[in-house]
Design a protein. Structure first.
Lengths: 348, 554
């Protein structure tokens, strides 16, 4: 079932939290909202959940209108057929794991047998088959996280919502749960909105990502699109490391001080910022766009090595990444900035 | 541990005097109480126990009365407190933020004063009858007693539930809604079960306090021939023929019941608290009362005004009354009682006695609180833990029982204090020190020991670390403990009625004595002064705690 947000805004008093957001999430898609804290991503998620109502705009689940303040439509959370995983997990401490998972089902007029079967199935799916009679405080953080997931999917919801679900887990568990959430969501094919501020997590789980800032969507795209063609400096810096080069575009070239760099496509004349990722910069003696620099700092990072190279002619320090198997460089070096890896950013 | 204490400089002698004094003043009277219950004519005997067991009027009847009244009070106070807390924290009821103050007022006003206000309002030729000709409620008996105690003790459940509701992680309820539970189902399946420990705890507190109540039952129920454990103990130890042996047996029983209830409450709180404090609160939207908003607000505020302003207004009016039975018109209002008492110095004497004793007890309690907390939390000594426990036991023991124990211990040699200020000062100190100890201990537990270690590393000696770092860091909780003890000592009447004598009367005792004799006008003049001090002290406490912890709830 697809989810459509049309011109959705939320204001608290005069302060806008979300500004006229348009978004369409395809059926079965896992869509991630990402951005720094206070960007409106959680507010958007809570409006989709029906925990808060938008000030303006419409939200549709498939053909069903669930929120439209103009028309007085405000379907409450309990009638939206959702599953939701909270940042704090929000497991009910007075109920066992089984009762945590079944409480929502009990409100849905199923037989005891059906409820039992569904809960067992959900728990098995998250690898907690033997834990049904335990209480939340008897479980580890990772297990609690799984119960929260099981509780959400046991409802067999049409929409699955995640509000920073992994921010309380340590690094190893974090990666494992990421993969697990992804695989469960794929198997069930439920339309999912996932909120996080962690870009690695977003890259791992998402079909598409929406980057938010100050209540607006800056860019929507697949993880690859967002990484390789960010719309502006903010998105470029938010996803991965970025070398930015500012200059004047003239024809097919960028002029920075006395240097010119050749571009693959001719942009409009005027001020322009180029992005090149550290792994796109090459150590090379020949080719186009060669610059000379001095290695100032080398960091060994396991699989790769990162250099900071001062390039006086461009007036900047470039980050360069090479596989750690490549020969290590020191002193004066020659770098190549391949034209096809120089990305023109939208905003100047 | 000797070495640890030895390095504390001035702390060691202070701890020894205060801690040792406190333990002696606590344990010796209890020992005498037990001994008295086991002796007759200089010989060891169980005759008092047998006596009490065989005569229904001594034990069975007052015990059943106490249990019944306390159970009814606890149930009503809990229902009321829980409902008001829900209104205050989770609804859009008009003026919901002010509810706390109006539930607190009738708790700050001592129950014997509430009882007196009830009598002058609803008694023969009382305010209600004189002005309206109606007689809506009886003046004396069980129902007025339960009503007055309920009004007095609603605060426990209210604060417990309001606090728990305010700190409940809102996502627990949101998760239930997201799972498809209706608002009503969320309340029944999630919110209420999570609140249950707090609700039960408020109920147990109300029950324990109700069991210990003395002023209200003796003014309201005893005249109707309805005795409770406390009034029975009072009678046995003040009305001839004095039967201290039997009084001691009943006191031990009452003490054990009160202690057991308070201990149960502690256990409940330690084990059953589900409430998780989360960073984001207030995201839970208030329940809209809709069409019921206006009528519920009217009902709530009528109740709150009647139970807080009503007793106070009645008190002030009666204190200005020329003579009882001549109506309440302006021609019968006068300041004569105040001026007579001022002229004869009885009012000022009582005022200075009250203030002096309360200040002394508060200072001793705060100092002992520091000694106990430091000994228990930082030095981790046995005596520190013992002081902590003992102060809890003394506070949980009804004031009347402490009073009986003090009479038995200190009215004859080797330690003869009866008739002096000391017996009252020590009585208040022993009974209320727990109010100082608890807060300071909790405060010290939260303070990182590194703050003090940083002082030592910077070259401060142990005494200086204590004086320059530890004590200043604890000043909020020390001040709070001081004020709590002060206010409670100002209002104390059950212990005082046994321990005060010619020349050591306090305001509360003078008022209570007049009320017992049926002289409500003069008694009220004393009480006005006492209640004013208590309300002012409580206001300062509330201000300070709000400053220290931010607003209580949303």
């Amino acid at each position: 079932m697809k989810i459509v947000l049309a011109a959705v805004s939320k204001r608290y008093g005069a302060t806008p939290a979300v500004r006229s957001l348009d978004l369409e999430i395809a059926s079965g898609e896992l869509f991630t909202l990402i951005g720094p804290s206070g960007c409106g991503k959680t507010t958007t998620l809570r409006m989709v959940a029906g925990l808060i109502q938008p000030s303006e705009g419409r939200i549709r689940f498939g053909e069903r209108l669930v929120a439209d303040p103009g028309a007085g439509v405000a379907v409450p959370a309990e009638r939206r057929n959702l599953g939701m995983v909270f940042q704090s997990y929000a497991l009910w401490p007075h109920l066992s794991v089984r009762r945590n998972c079944s409480l929502g089902l009990e409100a849905r007029r199923l037989t005891v047998k059906e409820v039992r079967a569904r809960v067992d199935q959900a728990l098995a799916m998250v690898g907690l088959a033997g834990m049904a009679e335990r209480y939340p405080h008897q479980l580890s953080g990772g297990q609690q996280q799984r119960v929260a997931l099981a509780r959400a999917i046991a409802l067999q919801p049409e929409v699955l919502l995640f509000d920073e679900p992994l921010s309380n887990l340590d690094a190893a568990l974090h990666e494992q749960m990421c993969a697990e959430i992804r695989s469960v969501q794929r198997r069930l094919g439920i339309t999912t909105i996932y909120v996080t501020h962690n870009q690695a997590e977003a890259m791992m789980v998402s079909d598409r990502i929406g980057v938010m800032r100050d209540g607006s969507l800056l860019q929507v795209g697949t993880p690859e699109e967002i990484y390789s063609r960010p719309c502006d400096e903010f998105v470029a810096g938010f996803f991965g490391k970025a070398n930015l080069l500012r200059g004047e575009a003239t024809g097919g070239e960028l002029r920075i001080g006395s240097r010119t760099l050749t571009l693959a496509h001719a942009p409009a004349a005027g001020p322009l910022t180029l992005l090149i990722r550290p792994e796109a910069v090459l150590f090379a003696q020949e080719g186009d766009n060669l610059v000379q620099g001095d290695v100032q700092h080398v960091s060994f990072l396991g699989g790769h090595v990162e250099y900071e190279v001062r390039v006086e002619t461009l007036g900047t320090t470039l980050r360069v990444q090479t596989p750690s198997t490549a020969p290590h460089m020191l002193g004066r070096v020659s770098l190549r900035l391949p034209p096809d890896r120089l990305i023109a950013l939208g905003s100047g | 541990m000797r070495a640890a204490l030895g390095r504390q400089g001035w702390f060691a002698p202070v701890a020894l005097v205060l801690g040792g004094g406190f333990l002696f003043l606590s344990l010796y009277p209890y020992a005498r109480l037990v001994l008295t219950s086991l002796r007759a004519g200089g010989a060891f005997t169980f005759v008092h126990y047998l006596n009490v067991a065989q005569h229904d009027y001594l034990l069975r009847t007052p015990l059943l009365h106490s249990l019944a009244v306390s159970a009814a009070t606890a149930l009503l106070a809990t229902a009321l407190g829980t409902l008001l807390a829900w209104f205050a924290v989770r609804t859009d009821l008009l003026g919901r933020r002010a509810i706390t103050a109006f539930v607190a007022i009738p708790h700050i006003v001592p129950s014997f004063q509430l009882a007196s206000s009830w009598i002058v309002l609803f008694g023969d030729a009382g305010i209600v009858q004189s002005t309206t000709g109606l007689n809506p409620f009886p003046a004396y008996g069980v129902a007025p007693l339960v009503a007055v105690q309920t009004i007095h003790l609603t605060l426990f459940s209210f604060l417990n539930v309001a606090g728990a509701l305010g700190s409940l992680d809102p996502s627990l309820e949101e998760a239930a809604r997201a799972c498809g539970l209706s608002a009503r189902q969320v309340l029944r399946r999630v919110t209420f079960p999570l609140m249950l420990p707090s609700i039960l705890s408020g109920m147990l507190l109300a029950f324990a306090y109700s069991m210990a109540e003395f002023g209200a039952p003796i003014l309201l129920a005893a005249p109707a021939g309805f005795g409770t454990l406390t009034t029975q103990i009072y009678e046995l130890s003040t009305a001839p023929p004095l039967q201290f042996g039997e009084a001691a047996v009943l006191s031990l029983l009452l003490g054990v019941l009160a202690l057991a209830t308070m201990a149960l409450n502690l256990r409940l709180l330690a084990r059953g608290s589900f409430v998780t404090v989360s960073g984001k609160s207030g995201t839970g939207e208030a329940a809209r009362l809709g069409a019921l908003r206006a009528p519920l607000a009217a009902l709530t505020w009528t109740w709150l005004a009647a139970t807080s302003i009503g007793p106070l207004a009645a008190l002030v009016l009666i204190s200005l009354l020329g003579s009882w039975g001549r109506g309440f018109g302006p021609e019968n209002l006068t300041l004569a009682h105040y001026s007579t008492m001022l002229a004869s110095h009885t009012l000022t004497d009582a005022l200075w006695n009250s203030v002096g004793l309360a200040l002394g007890a508060a200072a001793l309690s705060a100092a002992t609180g520091f000694v106990a907390a430091y000994g228990a939390v930082r030095l981790k000594t046995r005596w520190g833990a013992l002081l902590d426990r003992m102060s809890f036991v003394n506070f949980a023991t009804p004031g009347l029982v402490v009073g009986i124990a003090f009479i038995l211990a200190f009215s004859s040699p080797p330690v003869s204090l009866f008739g002096t200020y000391w017996i009252l000062l020590f009585g208040y100190f022993v009974h209320f020190a727990g109010l100082g100890v608890r807060g300071v201990g909790a405060n010290l537990r939260q303070l990182s020991v590194e703050l003090e270690e940083a002082g030592s590393v910077s070259g401060l000696g142990r005494s200086r670390v204590l004086a320059r770092i530890t004590l200043p860091l604890l000043r909020e909780s020390l001040a709070a403990g001081f004020l709590l003890v002060f206010v409670n000592a100002i209002k104390e009447v059950s212990m005082t009625s046994l321990l005060a004598s010619q020349g050591t009367e306090t305001l509360a005792y003078e008022a209570f004595l007049r009320y017992s004799d049926g002289d409500y006008t003069v008694g009220s003049a004393y009480s006005v002064l006492m209640v004013t001090i208590a309300l002012a002290g409580s206001l300062i406490i509330a201000r300070r705690s709000r400053l220290a912890s931010g607003e209580l709830s949303t």
